[in-house]
Ligand binder design. Structure first.
Ligand SMILES: *[C@@H]1O[C@H](CO)[C@@H](O)[C@H](O)[C@H]1NC(C)=O
Ligand SMILES: *[C@@H]1O[C@H](CO)[C@@H](O)[C@H](O)[C@H]1NC(C)=O
Ligand SMILES: *[C@@H]1O[C@H](CO)[C@@H](O)[C@H](O)[C@H]1NC(C)=O
Ligand SMILES: *[C@@H]1O[C@H](CO)[C@@H](O)[C@H](O)[C@H]1NC(C)=O
Length: 360
């Protein structure tokens, strides 16, 4: 509870710290999701390769919480563009605005707001202050991705806050499993996708068998005070989260690890296992797509697999055959959490460059 209160306080500080140029507020948006999920929550393809007898229906209403940041003086050409920011597993919306060094160096929300683009950093289904379905096996890629798409559709029709017009363009920006969720949405929504462009960070095609749960203890065992009432299929990490950073400990601030421990969150078993869906082609998604990956990413780039940029680009491009464009940047020096190490300013610049290009 104390940590949760601290987290909320930090959001408020961000509102104050960003001062004249930018205003942020917490928002809660209800979404209705009606999808088929695999009966087996450990199905690594999230039901994409299943027949109807192995699927079941989830038809539910969820509350999605996020932090909306908008420049006070918004350039006219940007007023109809929203970046929807989606964090990875065991993070939440605070990934996009860590309060280290007064939010100056690592906050993509502040970085892009200062440069004229609005963002909504969302808590994914089952994380942060968004709904936590009682049964963690309701939190699978089909439900999580549909919640994001429904949210984006809603924001194109209705005002997010009084005085904020519905958006004409929404760019999905993900990190890690957040990228995989947006990727899943592009696979199932195809030409009906509400996302006018996708920027996927910390995520490459995962096609080497089921991912492992060994690093993810049950959340209710890890922190009974905070998560004791939850379904044991909600997981978290141990307190050692250095694998999200480059192997060289001099390349990130030790204080970032403290932030990481304070804001550590949870994710369902399915959210971790269903990343294999990134190997399924998004045959009908037609918007522009960019991937940004850290050269020192210890999770996605084992054994130098991200060293050869042209080979990696060629391998990744095949799952986006209908995309208007496909580009891939390897951010030199960055780890898995490209926003959180000493190379963050380069990574933030790269992501913002794509966001600006896709918003035209
Ligand atoms: C449907 O999938 C299940 C599980 O993979 C399999 O056992 C069954 O034979 C399939 N049924 C049909 C009609 O293909
Ligand atoms: C953080 O940002 C401040 C001001 O923008 C800058 O002076 C400082 O060098 C930055 N620190 C790091 C570690 O990048
Ligand atoms: C969650 O829902 C599934 C499918 O309806 C069911 O098989 C399972 O027993 C439920 N788990 C819990 C903990 O209620
Ligand atoms: C990178 O991969 C391409 C094939 O995709 C290959 O032709 C080239 O030699 C590789 N470059 C290096 C430096 O290994």
């Amino acid at each position: 509870m104390l940590l949760r209160a601290l987290s909320l306080l930090l959001i408020q500080l961000f509102v104050g710290a960003s001062g004249a140029s930018c205003g942020c507020s917490s928002v809660v948006i209800p979404v209705h999701v009606d999808v088929l999920v695999p009966k087996d929550p450990t199905d690594e393809f999230g039901g994409l390769k299943s027949n109807s007898s192995s699927l079941r229906r989830v038809n539910d209403e969820y509350k999605m919480h996020g932090v909306f940041c908008q420049p006070h003086t918004i350039p006219v050409q940007n007023s109809e563009v929203l970046q929807l920011l989606v964090h990875g597993v065991t993070y939440n919306s605070q990934y996009w605005s860590p309060p280290i060094e007064e939010f100056r160096n690592y906050s993509y929300a502040a970085f892009s707001c200062d440069r004229g683009l609005s963002s909504l950093a969302i808590d994914a289904l089952g994380a942060g202050l968004s709904s936590h379905p009682a049964n963690a096996s309701d939190v699978q890629y089909p439900t999580g991705a549909a919640a994001l798409s429904q949210l984006a559709r809603h924001l194109k029709k209705s005002a997010l806050l009084p005085g904020v017009k519905p958006f004409k363009k929404i760019i999905g920006i993900g990190h890690s499993a957040g990228s995989a969720l947006l990727n899943f949405g592009a696979i199932v929504d195809g030409t009906r996708s509400p996302f006018d462009g996708l920027i996927l960070t910390g995520s490459v095609i995962f096609d080497h068998g089921p991912s492992s749960l060994s690093m993810f203890p049950s959340a209710r065992d890890a922190d009974p005070l905070r998560w004791g009432a939850l379904d044991p299929a909600y997981l978290t990490t141990s307190n050692d989260r250095t694998f999200f950073y480059p192997a060289d400990p001099t390349t990130f601030s030790p204080r970032m690890l403290q932030f990481d421990a304070f804001t550590k969150d949870i994710a369902s078993v399915s959210m971790i296992l269903q990343v294999a869906t990134t190997s399924v082609p998004a045959l009908e998604y037609m918007g522009p797509v960019a991937k940004v990956i850290g050269s020192e990413d210890q999770i996605s780039c084992q054994a130098g697999s991200c060293m050869n940029v042209s080979a990696l680009t060629a391998a990744e491009r095949v799952t986006w055959p209908a995309a208007q464009s496909f580009e891939l940047v390897v951010s030199q020096g960055s780890g898995h959490d490209i926003n959180l190490d000493f190379f963050a300013s380069g990574a933030l610049n790269t992501v913002f460059g794509f966001a600006k290009k896709f918003s035209r």
